[in-house]
Design a protein. Structure first.
Length: 270
């Protein structure tokens, strides 16, 4: 028996937690997907057959499933829990540049660095920032599955990309609501955009975007914004709790505490 639960969903992708309770040595019926899937094992071990070739998947070995590949699975060691990152072909090409095709049984080693990135992806999904934090967390995992490391942009190019992105966010262009559409708007790859921010500013694009949103929140709190729920919705946060967590990380106080601090009347002289 297999149970799948969506933990994040965005334009052209979704992240699912897949729990399999099967316990059998025989191969399952054939399955053929129509999207790219990067599958990372959180717990357990199982066997995968892709177009007739066999491999073992466990927390140290992940795999890429390409559209049209016939897969079968066996679970002689009992159940397992996986994270499945599913991408539409258009988003896959936007992130990886497509490049040379991979064999149906392509698997890749998950070192401690990728293990940490996997855990950060799940943490980002819990935080609810699907448009930026989840996308930025999944980029290196997709890169590992594609079998290539993204090239770093040159210093001058990186600065220009960052400036253009900052202007777009400041102007509130609709494409700036998500990392992938923002990259398309700027005509750069999501990888290039993400890495440019880290190189130029020393912070991630997600962190910078949240810094901009926190600044706008402070403006409204300073003017006595009465509804934190409305503030969260207007600024694109998943909910009020997400707004509160983000502001606390950046400013060290909750929105309610900041509203009190910023709207307190100066003491009148006696």
């Amino acid at each position: 028996m297999r149970r799948s639960m969506s933990v994040a969903r965005g334009a052209g992708f979704r992240v699912d937690t897949v729990t399999c309770l099967d316990d059998h040595r025989g191969w399952s019926a054939a399955e053929v997907g129509d999207r790219y899937r990067v599958v990372l094992v959180r717990r357990g071990t199982f066997r995968r057959m892709a177009d007739g070739r066999r491999a073992v998947a466990d927390p140290t070995m992940a795999y890429l499933a390409a559209p049209g590949v016939e897969e079968r699975f066996a679970h002689p060691a009992g159940g397992d829990v996986c994270t499945a990152l599913t991408l539409a072909s258009g988003l896959w090409r936007a992130i990886t540049g497509d490049g040379p095709g991979r064999p149906a049984d392509f698997a890749f080693y998950v070192d401690a660095r990728l293990d940490l990135l996997h855990r950060r992806l799940l943490r980002a999904a819990r935080d609810g920032d699907t448009a930026f934090e989840v996308v930025e967390a999944m980029l290196p995992l997709v890169g590992a599955a594609a079998g290539r490391a993204p090239r770093s942009p040159g210093r001058a190019t990186a600065a220009g990309v960052v400036d253009a992105a900052r202007e777009a966010m400041s102007a509130g262009v609709p494409e700036a609501a998500g990392l992938v559409p923002l990259a398309a708007f700027l005509r750069v790859s999501p990888y290039r955009l993400s890495r440019a921010f880290t190189r130029e500013l020393g912070v991630s694009l997600t962190h910078y975007r949240n810094r901009v949103r926190v600044g706008r929140a402070l403006d409204r709190l300073e003017h006595g914004e009465p509804s934190l729920a409305a503030l969260a919705a207007d600024l694109g946060f998943a909910d009020q709790a997400h707004l509160t967590r983000t502001i606390r990380r950046h400013a060290g106080h909750t929105p309610a505490a900041l509203r009190r601090l910023l709207t307190a009347q100066d003491e009148q002289p006696v």
